[in-house]
Design a protein around this ligand. Sequence first.
Ligand code: G3I
Length: 384
Amino acid sequence: MTRRPPVAAACLAALAAAAGCTHRAAVPAPAPASLAAALRGAFLVGAAVNEGVFSGRDTAGAALVAAQFNSVTPENALKWESLHPGRGRYDFAAADRYVAFGERHGMFVVGHTLVWHNQTPSWVFEDTTGHPVSRDTLVARLRDHILTVVGRYRGRVAGWDVVNEAVADDGSLRRTPWLSIVGEDYPVLAFRFAHEADPAAQLYYNDYSLENAPKRAGAIALVRRLLAAGVPVAGVGLQEHDRLDWPAAADVDTTIAAFAALGVKVMVTELDVDVLPRAVRQTGADVTLAAAARPELNPWPAALPDSVQQQLARRYAELFGVFLRHRGQVSRVTFWGVTDRDSWKNDWPVRGRTNYPLLFDREGRPKPAFDAVIAAADAARPGF
Ligand code: G3I
């Protein structure tokens, strides 16, 4: 096994180097432990980044991303409401900064997301009197949006989450304005438009809770329909908004194998592990779910107890064990955020909690879970 320097020291060195720090230490800085280096040859490792990171305002966060990851996904900046807030009105300022950040650091740049039922302004589905538009009008708006956005970043954004969360828990197509106005072929149209705008871009279907059998079956049927229609689906994104006790590793394994059997790449696109008590029955990431704050739902506002910290590390080791076993099929693993401070899990499904779902703590320091991922990679090498 490769000997590595203590991770905390290595990361501080990486942060200093990335921030352009020229301070000369008496002892030469050890080679940094990085997720990207540890997993090179297995799959890409990415993070969802927010405006603070890609604008450089969060200098420590930007340095951490540059040091640790080789792929980025925009947490919100490329969603419809951010890019195209009004009819005929596009705003690419933040998105341009995001793409430039990824390019500057030589990263695999992901676009997220073209068609979703959330964070899409209501004007998209309505005429000027507030009534639903016709199918033709909505298809024309969809085409304009995709051609404009994908076209702008042609050759620069390497892969797009084209359709996001189109399948309901029972496996049927989710009831959304896309479905009710356009009909069942809206995913096919979206993929066709994206391919027209950038024939070289990888195009993905992305969803959560695909370990639940009915939903997985629905997503498999959808991907089969897309492939049968001649649509170039390059991959399927398993979001993996996980918990300490869900999903079972065996179900993650089954899910990766099931999508890989369709002949598409499999990506883990939004990984995090919620350590807090369950506030809603459902698993996954339905952003419309909400629960009232209660002290017992936020048990660790100051610090995570060591026992839970270790549980989180074991959980990450378990998950990466599965991903690494499927390394020929899994092409990327992306975390949904960089540090615990920035995670959406602090506000969903209960606002204002203190959650600990990622590998870096609120100060950007690597947690035991980080060491567990590096150790899992070391254990799987030299297989890759
Ligand atoms: O932009 C407004 C800002 O103007 C306002 O001051 C602030 C006050 O709350 O809200 C800001 O909007 C927030 C937005 O993120 C941008 O920060 C919304 O309230 C908040 O709901 C929104 O949450 C995002 C969520 O998607 C919305 O659907 C999360 O950051 C983002 O992590 C999350 O990401 C999704 C993936 O795209 C798809 N899969 C599930 C995943 C987690 O929900």
